[in-house]
Design a protein around this ligand. Sequence first.
Ligand SMILES: [Zn+2]
Length: 121
Amino acid sequence: MLKHVMEHAPLEACGLLAGKNGRVEKVIPVRNQAQSPVRFVMDPYEQLQAFEWIDSQGLELIGIFHSHPAGPERISATDIREAAYEVVHLVWSFFDGAWKMRGFWIQKGQADEVILSIEKR
Ligand SMILES: [Zn+2]
């Protein structure tokens, strides 16, 4: 995920997280159709292909990630407004010389930060 995010900076990068029972098994990068440093719009064709692949593997969509190469360090008002899926939204932001990831659950126009756990495999 971070590699994809870093390769696309200063543009925003985005993608989907597939897995089961809240556990990510696969990171699927998706092209940012907006090609913008401050916005992301998932390429609809790639997104559809990703959804089909997730289904074919018996997995579920459990998260969406995107980056804020120029901040903010949290989810933006636009992100909250445009959130179309009830999944965890991960935001990678570049802040103080390092990339950081935070997760948010968006519901009814409100974002609450969630605790993420990262396992070695
Ligand atoms: Zn954003």
